[in-house]
Design a protein around this ligand. Structure first.
Ligand code: KG4
Ligand code: ZN
Length: 344
């Protein structure tokens, strides 16, 4: 089965064609990240306007890359795909989400193809199934960490997801982004902090490990921001690289400790990571060192938002709905509940 995946939940516009949930035939991305670097963060209206501009070219490129032997006009009128998958649930910015959803609804109507709504939060995990021969064994714990979410999920099989815990305030990605802003490092903060941390000493600035020993699977990162401000306020000449190393160490220490605790408590067979923060090298290193079960880390290009994991989710959790029933729901929990009830 060949699925066209469309993803526009945040600042990326992405379309991919994936065969049988695993083989990526094309993977196309347009990002407005450069614009947001100038403003130090995402301005939703700017992101959505860029997506309106790029969505059709991105989809056309995904189709021509996947089917190089078809003519552009054949691909426009009737592409050889079996279904369309679209990010219809969050976490997402509503303006951005609507661009992908309305485009997918229109294409589904014109091409007469089924459409599968995907909740972004759950889609992320499927980066672990793309272009790989080494597949995770169930049950698995998934640590999903990005700008929009920080969740620990028990996955008993395809379609069986149990939320074990999540952040009570800021996400791990937001904490990287806010820390970078406090240190005058460029947006997005994750890669900037990682780079600065490589030149710093993580033992110089020891920051708190919020909720590390709380005994549950929730997180809280908002206190870290104030701790960073305090450290910088106390010593304005502080070495930024040392602070970056301290911040990174605090975040990844809590993330990995809780993920490993979940692995042990539920006796699972694999540990998966997903989301933009999964690109962090120190997080990968610590999990590798601490995990008692095989660890699955997707390549960086599949970790951040993209249409490939959306298409993969749709294949393994195939539940098409008529285009009229596809609605954009920016809240992840609400979207999960809505689409669990509205099955075909
Ligand atoms: O999954 P993603 O692309 O978008 C969301 O769904 O949020 O994640 C983006 C987040 C940003 O907060 C960014 O700073 C963070 O992932 N990120 C990183 C790294 N690369 C991206 N955080 C830590 N280390 C990295 N290398
Ligand atoms: Zn995401």
């Amino acid at each position: 089965m060949i699925i066209l995946g469309i993803e526009t939940s945040c600042d990326e516009t992405s379309a991919s064609v994936v065969q049988d949930g695993q083989k990526v035939l094309s993977h196309v991305l347009a990002s407005s990240a450069d614009m947001h670097t100038k403003t130090g963060g995402i301005i939703p209206e700017v992101a959505a306007r860029e997506q309106v501009r790029s969505i059709i070219p991105v989809i056309e490129k995904a189709l021509t890359d996947a089917f190089p032997n078809s003519t552009p006009s054949a691909l426009r009128s009737n592409p050889p795909i079996d279904a369309i998958a679209v990010t219809a649930g969050g976490p997402a910015l509503i303006g951005s989400l609507l661009v992908g959803v309305e485009t997918a609804r229109t294409l589904s109507y014109v091409w007469k193809k089924p459409i599968v709504p995907v909740v972004h939060l759950l889609g992320h995990m499927y980066a672990n199934w793309l272009d790989t021969d080494r597949l995770p064994e169930f049950p698995a714990i998934v640590l999903t960490v990005s700008g929009g979410h920080t969740e620990l999920i028990l996955m008993k099989g395809h379609g069986s997801f149990q939320m074990l815990g999540g952040t009570r305030d800021d996400s791990a990605g937001e904490t990287f982004d806010k820390a970078a802003r406090l240190l005058d490092l460029p947006y997005p903060g994750g890669p900037s902090i990682q780079q600065a941390a490589e030149a710093g000493d993580p033992t110089k600035v020891i920051l708190p490990r919020p909720m590390k020993g709380s005994g549950d699977f929730d997180f809280s990162f908002s206190g870290l921001k104030s701790a960073i401000s305090r450290e910088v306020g106390k010593n304005p000449d502080i070495n930024k690289n040392d602070v970056a190393a301290g911040v990174q160490e605090a975040i990844v220490d809590v993330l990995s400790a809780k993920a490993i605790a979940a692995v042990r408590k539920y006796g699972v067979k694999s540990l998966l990571i997903a989301g933009g923060v999964a690109a962090n090298k120190r997080l990968r290193e610590l999990l590798e060192k601490r995990s008692p079960v095989p660890l699955f880390i997707p390549p960086i290009g599949f970790c951040t938002d993209n249409g490939s994991f959306i298409a993969s989710f749709a294949y393994f959790n195939y539940n098409p709905l008529p285009w009229e029933k596809i609605i954009a729901i920016p809240d992840a929990d609400e979207a999960i509940k809505h689409y669990a009830k509205n099955k075909n």
